[in-house]
Design a protein around this ligand. Structure first.
Ligand code: NDP
Length: 249
């Protein structure tokens, strides 16, 4: 299935490494220009921008802490000018600070909620102007299976990801009349730096909880994102699409 992403202009927050990198490269492989943001990993982001350009499209890496709303507006303006518009936003930047609630500090709570949820508000708000001007757009927010089912030791993270779902459905209702769609991709257990190295016993326990019997790869999340970015999903908005090997059933 051709995804018709040729010449589309995209922004992936936290696109320098992990799932965000796979998303950025998949969009580029499908013909889209892709800008990425990073907070700390400049080398990884510049390397990813170079890999994006190998697909014959425009690539751009910008330093921007996703928590900063003013910076989000600046970044979106910069990309719109460099690319000549912005059609697709992927809110991917995210962190974990896991611990049981009795040990969780206010700082751990605030860091996770602001990085994972406020960032989604910041960038979604910033892209609406260019998207309305273009009479269309697609916003894809990266949630988590944990935002649906909860997980002990992740009250902050699960709350942020459940918040992303409520935010996305509300946004989808607000902007549908402008031909702007908003959806969530909810990954299960995906092998990245965030999930870290596992020993054999941990891996066995995780595999046992996943009907498909293995962790997912970032590229498997990226394919769902590119589908939601493209006109192939033109009648899908406000949806939460799990990419979790059946883990959330
Ligand atoms: P990684 O830790 O591998 O990568 C996180 C990315 O987010 C990095 O590019 C990082 O950039 C960026 N980032 C973090 N904080 C900020 C910030 N304040 N501003 C801008 N960018 C930031 O995580 P994953 O790739 O695994 O996760 C990506 C998304 O997928 C997250 O939203 C995560 O919650 C979600 N997810 C992941 C799952 C998994 O199993 N891995 C499962 C379900 C959801 P930098 O290094 O520059 O800080």
């Amino acid at each position: 299935m051709a995804l018709e992403l040729n010449q589309k202009n995209c922004l992936v927050t936290g696109g320098g490494r992990g799932i965000g990198k796979a998303i950025a490269l998949n969009l580029a492989e499908n013909g889209a220009n892709v800008a990425i943001t990073y907070s700390r990993s400049a080398d990884a982001a510049n390397q990813t921008a170079a890999e994006i350009e190998k697909h014959g499209v425009k690539g751009l890496a910008l330093q921007a802490d996703a928590v900063d709303g003013e910076k989000a507006a600046e970044v979106v303006n910069q990309i719109s000018e460099a690319f000549g518009g912005l059609d697709i936003l992927v809110n991917n930047a995210g962190i974990t600070k896991d611990t049981l609630i009795l040990r969780m500090t206010e700082e751990q709570w605030d860091d996770v909620i602001t990085t994972n949820l406020k960032s989604v508000f910041n960038y979604s708000k910033a892209v609406l102007r260019p998207m309305m001007k273009q009479r269309g757009g697609s916003i894809i927010n990266i949630g988590s299976v944990v935002g649906i089912g909860g997980n002990a030791g992740q009250t902050n993270y699960a709350a942020s990801k459940a918040g992303v779902i409520g935010f996305t459905k509300s946004l989808a209702k607000e902007v549908a009349s402008r031909n702007i769609r908003a959806n969530v991709v909810a990954p299960g257990y995906i092998t990245t730096d965030m999930t870290g190295e596992l020993n054999e016993k941990q891996l066995e326990a995780i595999n046992a909880a996943i009907p498909l019997g293995r962790p997912g790869e970032s590229e498997e999340v990226a394919k769902a994102v590119s589908f939601l970015a493209s006109p192939a999903s033109s009648y899908i908005t406000g949806a939460v699409i799990p990419v979790d090997g059946g883990m959330g059933m």
